[in-house]
Design a protein around this ligand. Structure first.
Ligand code: EPU
Length: 424
């Protein structure tokens, strides 16, 4: 198993490119199942979850081409025929986002068998809302031997549009129902829809493919179903969480960096908190520069759905608060178990305690290097940030979690002058 070894203390300096968003690329790859035509994608991040999704789609009969073998961010998918509308346990257990094939398969093929994702490190994460919405569109769905077995109740008919109000805001739930609704008969209204920019990016691709969607970017999506969709070409939106992660890193280490190919307009809540922490920033439409000197100020926040502060940035801010000059409170409202990094940060000398869904962080002068273990994707990023700010050497074990969601993180950090290396 790979690990990252870093020596803290070096301020970050230089320029890097931000990759396409993992959480936009994953549903977008699944949208290729909705048409027999080719779908051409640019700015796809090269990371493990994307490779897993491509493998899953290929198993179903989707063809994959990289027009330029040296550029894995540009690819063409074609679901001419779908030989097997199934997502096996082996792949779903490694990546919950595999559930995103359910809506498209059901809408295009009239049936789908998808392994039920289990619980995961950050919470129970059920998919009941995905199932409830598809049932409301006329699907018959049973759970058999750990699989979601779905089919359109009446043979040779399409899903039926309906008004769907989810019990809570769910990102992949909205995406699954949105994709299914595009090929349904009649109008679907998704109330309480997730407004995350990744949902909007998927919707924009679907419109290019011939879908009729209004309300993009709002919490009410109205989809007029069409019988077929066609091919399209799309550039995946920049990863706001990767952007925020590097900004937290420079806020923790000090220095001056420029992030290119990013979308600062998707990061308002994060930028407000970074400014409060003392990070100086300038931004344009697709770049942001940031500089930091001195110790960060503590920032308190609660995570919530977009456009509020994202749960996917909570752990990285915890690392920053760990070395801030004062105390802060971080409340996690999206996932019930997303504080696994706390114990590991404390191993580096942080002073963090948990009360229910709130972490109380007493900033310390210095963290000191130690061996720590990554427990999930964003927790890993938080440990890397802490390690870069700590005195001495930090070893982060189990970084396969990090590789799932960051495109060449340690290479980018090296480019910014960090003393970090991967060990096999
Ligand atoms: N929920 C249910 N039932 C459902 C669906 C969701 O109870 O049917 C609950 C979840 O358990 C959770 C809350 O609703 O407590 C919100 O979950 P959501 O469905 O929005 O999360 P997700 O779609 O599974 C996506 C991202 C996550 C990100 C969350 C929240 C993808 C592939 N994943 O997950 O990303 O944290 O939205 O913004 O888009 C990450 O990138 O590190 C990551 C975990």
């Amino acid at each position: 198993m790979d690990k990252l070894v870093m020596t803290g203390g070096a301020p970050l300096k230089g320029e890097i490119n931000i990759a396409g968003a993992k959480n936009a690329a994953l549903p977008i790859l699944c949208a290729s199942l909705l048409t027999a035509d080719p779908v051409e994608l640019f700015n796809v991040p090269d990371l493990q979850d994307v490779r897993t999704m491509l493998k899953l789609l290929q198993q179903m009969g989707v063809t994959l081409e990289f027009p330029n073998p040296n550029d894995r961010s540009h690819l063409i998918l074609q679901a001419g025929t779908i030989s097997s509308p199934e997502a096996p346990y082996e792949l779903v257990k490694t990546m919950r986002a595999s559930i995103l094939v359910l809506g498209p398969l059901l809408a295009r093929m009239g049936r789908a068998t998808v392994s039920l994702p289990g619980g995961c490190a950050i919470g129970a994460r059920p998919v009941d809302q995905h199932i409830k919405g598809l049932k409301a569109m006329g699907a018959s769905i049973q759970i058999r031997k750990g699989f979601i077995v779905a089919k359109i109740a009446e043979p040779n008919t399409r899903l039926q549009g309906n008004a769907i109000l989810t019990d809570m805001i769910t990102v992949t739930g909205t995406e699954n129902l949105l994709m299914a609704a595009c090929l349904a008969e009649g109008t679907t209204i998704l109330e309480n829809a997730a407004r995350e920019p990744e949902v909007g990016d998927l919707a924009e691709l679907l419109v290019k493919m011939g879908a009729k969607i209004s309300g993009i970017g709002s919490d009410r999506l109205v989809i007029e179903g069409v019988p077929t969709l066609h091919g399209a070409s799309h550039h995946v939106i920049a990863d706001r969480i990767e952007t925020g992660t590097f900004l937290c890193a420079v806020a923790a280490t000090g220095g001056e960096i420029v992030l290119k190919n990013c979308r600062p307009d998707t990061l308002d809540a994060v930028l407000v908190k970074l400014k409060e922490a003392g990070l100086k920033m300038k931004k344009g439409a697709d770049w942001i520069s940031a500089s930091m000197s001195g110790r960060p100020k503590p920032v308190s926040f609660r995570t919530s759905e977009y456009p509020a502060f994202p749960t996917d940035m909570q752990a990285q801010f915890m690392a920053l608060n760990a070395i801030a000059g004062g105390s802060s409170r971080i409340t996690e409202t999206i996932f019930e178990n997303r504080f696994m990094h706390v114990q590991e940060l404390n191993r580096l000398g942080a002073d963090i305690s948990i009360e229910g869904n709130t972490a109380i962080v007493e900033g310390v002068d210095k963290l000191s290097g130690a061996t720590v273990m990554a427990t999930d994707l964003r927790a890993s990023a938080s440990l890397v940030i802490a390690g870069l700010a700590a005195q001495g050497e930090t070893q982060v074990d189990r970084i396969y979690h990090l590789d799932r969601g960051y495109d060449r993180m340690e290479q980018k950090l090296t480019q910014l002058g960090a003393n970090i290396r991967r060990m096999k």
